[in-house]
Write a protein of this length. Structure first.
Length: 135
């Protein structure tokens, strides 16, 4: 963002798909295709030169299909859908994204998934991470 732009609104949409093996007693028993999407909108405000506060809403959905393995492991009817709200705070003064040699990164995020989007259950997740670089 430009220094004069302290507020932002960011829509997002992503799709994922990959093969996930099921291993039981060190033998691959089955393989599943996991497909899903994530969509939402995020509002935020920059706080000084290095910090950002955000809040948003999101919807996540995924399916799991049996590719190889016994029929009793078929989960083709399984479909998961989650919706929720989150708040977050991030501070990033690292001098490089891939190979930082100086700076500090900290992020905290709280997500509340609720049954207001048709979900079967409510849950919440608190997550944080810290990276320190110096050489």
């Amino acid at each position: 963002l430009e220094p004069s732009q302290s507020y932002f609104l960011r829509p997002f949409l992503s799709f994922d798909g990959y093969i996930q093996p099921l291993v039981i007693q060190q033998q691959k028993t089955a393989e599943y295709t996991l497909r899903g999407y994530r969509a939402g909108i995020e509002a935020g405000r920059t706080l000084g030169d290095y910090a950002v506060a955000t809040a948003g809403t999101l919807v996540e959905s995924s399916t799991l299909d049996l590719v190889t393995g016994p029929e009793y492991l078929d989960t083709s009817d399984d479909y998961a859908s989650l919706g929720g709200f989150y708040i977050g705070l991030k501070y990033d003064s690292l001098n490089s994204y891939f190979f930082p040699t100086d700076g500090f990164f900290a992020e905290a995020k709280y997500t509340l998934y609720g049954n207001w989007f048709g979900d079967a259950e409510s849950s919440d997740i608190a997550a944080a991470r810290v990276i320190c670089a110096h050489s």
